[in-house]
Structures are given as C-alpha cells and as structure tokens.
Design a protein around this ligand. Structure first.
Ligand SMILES: [Ca+2]
Length: 70
C-alpha cells in the first residue's frame, strides 16, 4: 500500500499535466506562509517554524471552531 502511495505521489507531483488532471496544485510560498501557523507561542499567537504538518492543521481547525483566536 505504501509503495502504491509513493508511486502515485511520484507520478502526480513530477508532471505538471498530471497535477492539473488530478486537480493537485503545488502551493505557492505565499499560500504556505498562510498555513504555517504552528506552533503557537506562550500567548497563543502563531510562531511559524517553516514546516506544514498536523500541528498547523490542528491550529487552523481550532481557530475555525472558535476555540482559539489570534
Ligand atoms: Ca508550522
């Protein structure tokens, strides 16, 4: 299963035409900057670390649900 995923990822991201047909897009640096909101600092403000991971997704979800604000 992992091998299939790796092959799909390799094919999808190596060819711009495939990216388009699969409706996958490589995010721009600006878009990445908007998503990089974790970790949070001691005052619960974004402290971007240059990595987009599950922590950023959780912060965005918490903000969307109104659990945190910044
Ligand atoms: Ca981050």
């Amino acid at each position: 299963m992992i091998a299939i995923f790796r092959e799909f990822k390799r094919l999808a991201w190596s060819d711009p035409n495939r990216q388009s047909s699969l409706e996958l897009e490589i995010p721009t640096q600006d878009e990445i900057g908007h998503c990089d909101v974790a970790p949070l600092d001691a005052q619960n403000n974004p402290n971007p670390d240059g990595v987009i991971n599950i922590g950023d997704a959780l912060v965005i979800l918490r903000k969307a649900l109104g659990i945190i604000s910044f």
